[in-house]
Design a protein around this ligand. Structure first.
Ligand code: IMP
Ligand code: MG
Length: 185
């Protein structure tokens, strides 16, 4: 079966590049004189994390974890489990959790709590996309590139059934009633 069609480009490659440069400068200024650990969430945030890391002027380390989201028996979202943990300790480090999108907030809140328990020196959230209309649980977002409307999007790391992650732009997709929760992150 063929994948659903791209509907509308929300952010072009140039707009994303420009915005990541701005947010990169913001983060570099905030963490000036310190060393930063960027933590990416496989697989969606890898594309954003690498683009962001290249814009940072402070020394950077990277690490990754993976989560799986699933619905409960009634179909409500919000269940998250860790599929892959970090390789290294973050104790005493300045950590930025890098997300592709904060949607309901369940995934980010779970990860934020998981990382906070490891006693970093500081912990902040940076997301490429923020879709506030669907937020169910609040999370403190320190750095965001773009806010988006309540539409399913793909590209720049975001997938539909693992496809479209490699698009240079972010676009809406015609997915009908598919729902917004992916099989993985
Ligand atoms: P949450 O609802 O904030 O927990 O987001 C869960 C995850 O769902 C995100 O990390 C993405 O992997 C995925 N996701 C949410 N919205 C979209 C979308 O519009 N396109 C692709 N993946 C999405
Ligand atoms: Mg996904």
């Amino acid at each position: 079966m063929s994948a659903p069609a791209i509907e509308r480009i929300l952010f072009t490659a140039e707009q994303i590049e420009q915005r990541i440069r701005e947010v990169g400068a913001e983060i570099s200024a905030k963490y000036a004189g310190r060393e930063l650990k960027l933590i990416g969430v496989l697989k969606g945030s890898v594309f954003f994390l690498t683009a962001l890391a290249r814009e940072l002027t402070v020394p950077v380390k990277v690490d990754f974890l993976a989560v799986a989201q699933f619905a409960n028996q009634k179909g409500a979202p919000g269940m998250v489990r860790l599929a892959k943990d970090l390789d290294d300790s973050i104790e005493g480090e300045d950590v930025v959790l890098v997300e592709d999108i904060v949607d309901t907030g369940f995934t980010t809140r779970y990860l934020f709590q998981h990382l906070a328990a490891r006693e970093p020196n500081s912990l902040a959230i940076c997301t490429l996309l923020d879709r506030t209309p669907r937020r169910i649980v609040q999370v403190p977002i320190a750095f965001r590139c773009f806010e988006i409307p309540d539409r399913f999007v793909v590209g720049f790391g975001l997938d539909y059934k693992q496809l479209y992650r490699n698009l240079k732009y972010v676009a809406t997709l015609n997915v009908g009633g598919t729902g917004l929760t992916g099989e993985d992150a």
